[in-house]
Write a protein that binds this ligand. Structure first.
Ligand SMILES: Cc1ncc(COP(=O)(O)O)c(C=O)c1O
Length: 412
């Protein structure tokens, strides 16, 4: 076996679900890229809000409603600070998918025409493909892709060449790929796009949970992420936007809360960020997310990154010793996030996931909502193991043992 990674964080006990046994085995959770587990502190913050402070926001004058208002807006300020963003340009959505749709509908429909192009990459999650496809079809614009090379990385030369064509209005890309693990050079890509007059959107779904992200320093026009992958509850996502652009954009969804006043035929819009939050927002979920980012900040995002990088190095090293197993994406752990997607000769990825699941090891198999990338890789599906702050080298060992047992069942 390769040397066990230095792993300074010992946080498993903070996550109640990890005390469970599955199929008679201790639960080994290696599916954090799909959703993270939640520390007790988040579960308690959510429960406490519902138990003690629940009322609708922005509508009540009684004390309880004011408590709910304060809790929601404090959560916004906490979440914004975590990402280095301003609270007034931090919009709560349902998830990152909705955040990207918000931009595609609102910014896209008012800015794109038949002469224009949207540039994305071959490694995008469907959440950062389909909204642009729909938008481009509707506006007669063109959707182009940056290619992924054999290492699972993008080429800045190709980016420059695409931008030099002069028609790219939007560059949208994942900060960290949910399949390859690749960490894209976001700051560099944003700077080049800005210089070429293109607006940028970064899908930070996989980045924010595992590395320091400073939205202001990155200078993206839009940065979107999702709470449930960052130790927070489901049902809450985040869009940080550049004020000047958000102010010019028409609303996305319309109805209550997002208006200043409504007449029989006309309405005017609320200020930022509420202009983009129609209807009752995810109040308790935002409070839970604030507790999650407080917990992450308490650890320190540099330490989170160091922990997950060490585990990923150990995981890639360990997986490489399994006969017939191929890991996709950059081989170096410092160029990738905390996940490894792989194929095993003679085994379908679904069989791999099912077999290791019998030993209580949770990994994912499938196209990971990235079918265009699967085609580039020449596979229909992969298995994917991904780590979180709560994982330990022993979890990787459990995966390797379960893989060996699975290969034996198939006589490999
Ligand atoms: C890179 C990336 N983008 C977008 C998403 C979609 O996240 P959500 O379902 O929370 O909107 C995911 C989730 O797997 C992802 O990994």
């Amino acid at each position: 076996m390769p040397p066990v990674a230095e792993s300074p964080l010992r946080l498993r006990a903070d996550f109640p679900i990890l005390a469970r046994r599955v199929n008679g085995h201790p639960l080994v959770y290696l599916d954090s890229s799909a959703t993270s587990q939640k520390p007790a502190i988040v579960i308690e913050a959510l429960a406490e809000h519902l138990r003690e402070h629940n009322a609708n926001v922005h509508r009540g004058v009684y004390s309880l409603a004011q408590e709910a208002d304060a809790a929601f807006e404090q959560a916004r300020a906490r979440v914004a600070a975590f990402a280095g963003a301003d609270a007034t340009t931090t919009i709560f959505t349902k998830n990152v998918t909705e955040a990207i749709n918000l931009v595609a509908y609102s910014w896209g429909r008012s800015h794109l025409g038949p002469e224009d192009a949207v540039l994305i990459t071959q490694m995008e999650h469907h959440a950062n493909i389909v909204p642009w496809q729909v938008l481009c079809r509707e506006r007669g614009a063109t959707l182009r892709y940056l290619e992924v090379d054999e290492r699972g990385e993008l080429s800045l030369e190709q980016l420059d060449a695409e931008l030099a064509r002069g028609d790219v209005r939007m560059l949208a890309f994942a900060h960290v790929s949910n399949v390859l693990g690749t960490i894209n050079p976001a700051a560099e890509m944003i700077a080049r796009a800005r210089a070429a007059g293109a607006v940028t959107l970064v899908d930070g779904a996989q980045a924010v949970p595992q590395m320091p992200v400073d939205v202001s320093a990155l200078e993206a026009d839009f940065y979107a992420w999702t709470g449930h992958k960052a130790l927070g509850p489901t049902g809450v996502g985040v869009l940080h936007g550049r004020r000047e652009i958000l102010e010019q954009m028409p609303p996305f969804l319309t109805g209550g809360d997002m208006i200043a006043s409504v007449d029989l035929q006309e309405a005017t819009w609320n200020e930022l960020p509420w202009k983009f939050e129609a209807g009752t927002p995810p109040v308790a979920e935002a409070v839970g997310l604030a507790a999650a980012v407080e917990y992450l900040d308490g650890i320190g995002m540099q330490r989170v990154r160091a922990h997950e990088q060490a585990l990923t190095a150990y995981m890639i090293d360990s997986l490489a010793r399994v006969p017939g197993l191929r890991v996709v994406g950059p081989p170096e752990a410092d160029r990738r996030g905390g996940l490894a997607s792989f194929t095993v000769d003679g085994l379908h990825p679904h069989d791999v996931a099912e077999l290791v699941g019998r030993s209580g090891v949770c990994i994912r198999a499938g196209h990971h909502c990235a079918q265009p990338l699967m085609r580039c890789l020449g596979v229909g599906a992969t298995a994917r193991a991904s780590v979180g702050v709560y994982n330990q080298p022993a979890d990787i060992d459990a995966l390797i043992e379960a893989l060996a047992a699975g290969r034996e069942i198939f006589g490999l």
